[in-house]
Design a protein around this ligand. Structure first.
Ligand code: CTP
Ligand code: CA
Length: 226
């Protein structure tokens, strides 16, 4: 039933996608992470492949099988995700940052299980590298698409991220909409572009949204080549 992209508009292009959460170890049994099923990133990988692209999926720990003909590199932490991205970035034409990357990780990872002692304890955390911003700051930068999940002032914060990280497009979603986002099947996205224009997509399955995002990327690539 995949009639979409039968003309393979991304043939000859390489698309790299980050997906899922990153997991930052505290000790051998504990970690810091984000809620993220990975469904959106895997749906994007499938849609990009159907559109004819060579697809590199860099995935945090999720319970989803690799889409057909998609190369998956499995990673755990944000540092590992960045290293995997760096390894293959040279040939990438389109980068989509869909992963829920942990913003911080423990400064020290204890090699033994931490014992409980005091009533109050604190963990020292350090900022993780921003993978999306790193890709967008490259000299020979690919087309870069980010995501923004916000619980307030969606357009304001998403536009700020688009500008600050020098993205071509950001897919913004309001995590306050009940039953949408995270582990749910459906989502609503606002696509905000560098030129200031935006497109509100209808609430739909992540598969349908992924096809619409890939279509928008195809449009932008053909605009740029004119
Ligand atoms: N991102 C990334 N590396 C990070 C943090 C975020 O690649 N260390 C990417 C995400 O994959 C997403 C985009 O940046 O595409 C926005 O992530 P988000 O968490 O919404 O924004 P942050 O820049 O981390 O800002 P904040 O969490 O403070 O809102
Ligand atoms: Ca963040």
């Amino acid at each position: 039933h995949d009639i979409a992209f039968s003309n393979k508009p991304l043939a000859g292009k390489t698309v790299m996608i980050t997906a899922g959460p990153t997991v930052e170890a505290i000790d051998p049994v504990r970690f810091i992470s984000n809620h993220s099923s990975g469904k959106m990133g895997y749906a994007l990988a499938k849609a990009a492949r159907i559109a004819g692209a060579e697809v590199e999926l860099i995935s945090g720990p999720v319970n989803i099988r690799a889409p057909y003909e998609v190369e998956v590199t499995r990673v755990t932490s944000a540092a590992e995700m960045l290293a995997a991205v760096k390894e293959k970035i040279e040939t990438v034409d389109v980068f989509i940052g869909c992963a829920a990357v942990a913003d911080y990780s423990p400064v020290e990872v204890s090699c033994h299980k931490i014992k409980k002692n005091d009533e109050v304890m604190s963990l020292k955390l350090q900022r993780n590298p921003d993978i999306l911003a790193w890709v967008a700051a490259r000299q020979d930068k690919p087309l870069v698409v980010g995501f923004a999940a916000e619980s307030q002032s969606l357009e304001f914060y998403a536009r700020k991220k688009l500008e600050k990280k020098n993205l071509d497009m950001i897919c913004a979603n309001d995590i306050c909409c009940e039953g949408l986002g995270f582990n749910s099947e459906n989502n609503q996205l606002l696509l905000m572009k560098k030129d200031g224009s935006q497109i509100l997509l209808d609430i739909a399955s992540k598969e349908v949204l992924a096809q619409q995002i890939i279509q928008e990327i195809v449009n932008q690539i053909s605009d740029n080549s004119h």
